[in-house]
Design a protein around this ligand. Structure first.
Ligand SMILES: *Cc1c(COP(=O)(O)O)cnc(C)c1O
Length: 382
């Protein structure tokens, strides 16, 4: 039986990425490693449509968020935290542990923030140092409209710090163009690489802040040191990096380029998500995110009240690994990731398995005409 890893990270690896993981080890002080670093810089800058250094370091997404914060936020800073899910709460918690003074603005799970929400909050709290927001809220499958939201933030306003852990590589994420000041991400979601690389990018304004603070309280997360090493004649990292993962990241970025580039990938993931949502609704199930425009191209949350865990374990028997609900959504939803190259055949298999898994849990789904789904794909470029 084929195994399908439909979790919102880590995700299935391509053959090319798996091969890259076995490339002979090189010294991280060698020319070969420096040219790998240069390739990664240029590919990641192209992906984000930006310039300035893209920092790569060992770590998970959570680690990258903490690294971003430890370099930019000091004890006592007032920070406005927008959260519409589990990961928004985690980002807030990281900042709160560093002693920042947090103002929390929350939305129910499944909803997203609008420009108006942020405008109102900023009027009430003009003196904040930074705002925190999650781009793709993986716990609900909802995407905050960052590009729109930043329009209401004045030029010299608070720093906009974005959790882009589950958005980078699967949907447009253009921090410079969108006037974002800092993003944190990692390797195992939209970039389709094993877990282990943390990623961060800062705006000029944010770098200025980093340099103005006397010292970063963390040694291994010190961004100024990372930047100094990156800008040496032979670009490198201050400490030993996960070299094999760097090769894998290089291979994954090259593979997407060879397949037609990231724009094409973003469209394909969006189409897949749309087709999946349409099929799920035809089955008679509800989606957690009601607003179509806010639905994620990478992960979809399906409501299965009080039977989500049963359906999840029935899917596992059919070779499909998905994620469950977190926090208050436990046993209320299942979350299906579609971060890699899933296409019509995976969709058909998933819907069929979902039908059987639900039936086994005592839920009878409506008949669906899956040929209609083919039409959704036909409208795009899959
Ligand atoms: C996965 C995820 C994280 C945490 O990433 P880890 O690699 O598990 O530490 C943080 N934020 C978002 C939005 C995520 O999807």
């Amino acid at each position: 039986m084929r195994r399908y890893l439909f979790t919102p990270g880590p995700v299935e690896l391509s053959e090319k990425v798996k091969r890259a993981l076995t490339i002979d080890m090189v010294s991280h002080r060698s020319r070969e490693f420096s040219s790998l670093m240069e390739r990664l810089q240029s590919k990641l800058k192209a992906l984000m449509d930006t310039d300035g250094p893209v920092l790569l370091f060992p770590g998970s997404g959570t680690f990258a968020l903490e690294a971003l914060i430890v370099n930019l936020i000091s004890e006592g800073d007032k920070v406005l935290s927008f959260s519409c899910g589990h990961f928004g709460e985690r980002f807030r918690e990281i900042v709160s542990r560093l002693g920042a003074n947090i103002v929390s603005i929350d939305k129910p799970y499944g909803e997203v923030f609008t420009k108006d929400d942020v405008t109102v909050a900023l009027e009430d709290h003009k003196d904040v140092t930074a705002i925190l927001i999650t781009h793709n809220e993986t716990s609900t499958g909802a995407v905050n409209p960052i590009e729109d939201i930043t329009k209401c933030i004045p030029e010299n306003g608070p720093l906009v710090l974005v959790d882009a852990v589950s958005s980078l590589g699967v949907m447009p994420c253009f921090p410079r163009k969108w006037r974002v000041d800092g993003i944190a991400s990692c390797s195992q979601k939209g970039l389709m690489v094993p877990p282990g690389i943390g990623i961060a990018w800062l705006s000029d304004r944010a770098w200025k802040r980093v340099y103005e603070r006397r010292t970063c309280p963390s040694y291994s997360m010190d961004f100024t040191m990372m930047r100094t090493y990156l800008e040496k004649e032979l670009p490198q990292t201050p400490a030993t990096p996960p070299v094999s993962l760097f090769f894998a990241l290089d291979a994954s970025l090259a593979e997407v380029e060879a397949e037609g580039g990231f724009e094409k990938r973003f469209q394909e993931r969006q189409l897949y998500a749309r087709a999946l949502c349409s099929a799920v609704k035809e089955c008679g199930l509800e989606l957690l995110v009601k607003e179509e425009y806010a639905r994620s191209p990478g992960v979809t949350a399906i409501c299965i009240p009080d039977k989500a865990d049963a359906v999840r374990s029935n899917l596992r028997k059919r070779g499909i690994e998905i994620a469950g609900g977190q926090g208050s959504l436990k046993n209320k939803i299942i979350r299906v990731g579609h971060y890699t190259r899933e296409s019509i055949s995976e969709l058909r298999y998933f819907i069929q398995a979902l039908r059987e898994a639900s039936q086994e849990a005592g839920i009878v789904l409506k008949e669906t005409n899956l040929d209609k789904i083919d039409n959704i794909f036909a409208g795009g470029c899959i």
